[in-house]
Design a binder for this molecule. Structure first.
Ligand SMILES: Cc1cc2nc3c(=O)[nH]c(=O)nc-3n(C[C@H](O)[C@H](O)[C@H](O)COP(=O)(O)OP(=O)(O)OC[C@H]3O[C@@H](n4cnc5c(N)ncnc54)[C@H](O)[C@@H]3O)c2cc1C
Length: 266
């Protein structure tokens, strides 16, 4: 199959293997001289391409356990972030860190140790992973966490699939009152102002700037800086307060946006 990353370059003819669950992944690893795991192919470059063997994990997509008291979720590595949002936002839970697209897998989020717009406060996704199971090249299936097989855990988090195949993972979702973000937009005139605005936004959960990279001279770095908080129920328009966790596709008034309708952008 011809595969590429999100950037559509390079493209490579890859021998594709599909595996679901521990036994099939271990068998795939054992029968390949060289293999890389692939989540949903949203890495920009060639990270999830191996002409000799590319292991598709999209069928390893089961939610395994959820504790509604703590928010602890355990799921297979091929589960999509979009599925987690669909299932848990209506129940009042949100992932601790989300990248700029929801079409990534849990395995891909751990392997790239993705960051979100709350990086300054929450760290990256790996900071929230409590445990994972990894299939190693020698056939072993190893559970690891910050305190158990810690070196494997640290190397796999951000390891871009090079330590083994992540089979499943546990991490904690955060409680939310509504499916909406209360947002403020600041216009800033140059890069210094943008950096100062970020510093001044440290107490906001989310912050991100769109920088005009074509501006030169005094306006170099001019930006729109967005900062946001999970909206509380009493911040919603009255008609939405009866079902605050239901996502509506339309943008509402007062700068409160739907989280789930996020477009794919970097
Ligand atoms: C529009 C867009 C916006 C983005 N925004 C952000 C952002 O804000 N922050 C950010 O950090 N990133 C961002 N990214 C990058 C994206 O989050 C990462 O590339 C992520 O790893 C893609 O996940 P995936 O499931 O598609 O993995 P793939 O692209 O399939 O694979 C990526 C890497 O993860 C490895 N991998 C995947 N699954 C497993 C597994 N089960 N076991 C072991 N290794 C595995 C692969 O081998 C590969 O090295 C963005 C990408 C796009 C397209």
């Amino acid at each position: 199959m011809t595969l590429s990353g999100w950037g559509r370059y390079p493209r490579a003819d890859c021998h594709v293997v599909r595996a679901r669950g521990v036994d099939e992944v271990v068998a795939a690893v054992a029968s390949s001289a060289s293999l890389i795991a692939r989540g949903n192919g949203r890495a920009y470059g060639d990270a999830a391409l191996n002409p000799l063997s590319t292991l598709m994990l999209s069928a390893s997509n089961r939610l395994i356990a959820f504790d509604p008291a703590s928010g602890d979720l355990t799921c297979e590595a091929g589960v999509l972030l979009s599925d987690i949002l669909d299932v848990y936002v209506p129940r009042g839970w949100f992932p601790p860190v989300t990248p700029g697209t929801k079409f990534v897998t849990v395995g891909g989020m751990i392997a790239a140790d993705v960051h979100g717009k709350n990086h300054h406060a929450a760290g990256s996704f790996g900071d929230h992973v409590r445990r994972m199971t990894v299939a190693l090249a020698d056939g072993r299936v190893v559970s690891c966490s910050p305190s158990e097989n810690g070196e494997l855990f640290s190397a796999t988090r951000g390891g871009m699939g090079l330590t083994g195949v992540i089979l499943d993972a546990s991490f904690r979702l955060r409680p939310i009152e509504t499916a909406y973000i209360r947002r403020e937009t600041l216009r800033v005139g140059d890069l210094d102002e943008a950096m100062s605005a970020f510093e001044a936004s440290r107490d906001w959960t989310y912050s991100v700037a769109w920088i005009d990279c074509l501006a030169r001279g005094a306006t170099m770095g001019r930006s729109l800086l967005f900062r946001g908080e999970h909206a509380s129920a009493d911040e919603l328009p009255t008609e939405q307060r009866t079902s605050p966790l239901v996502q509506r596709p339309r943008r509402s008034r007062r700068g409160v946006d739907e989280q789930g309708a996020q477009a794919e952008r970097g």
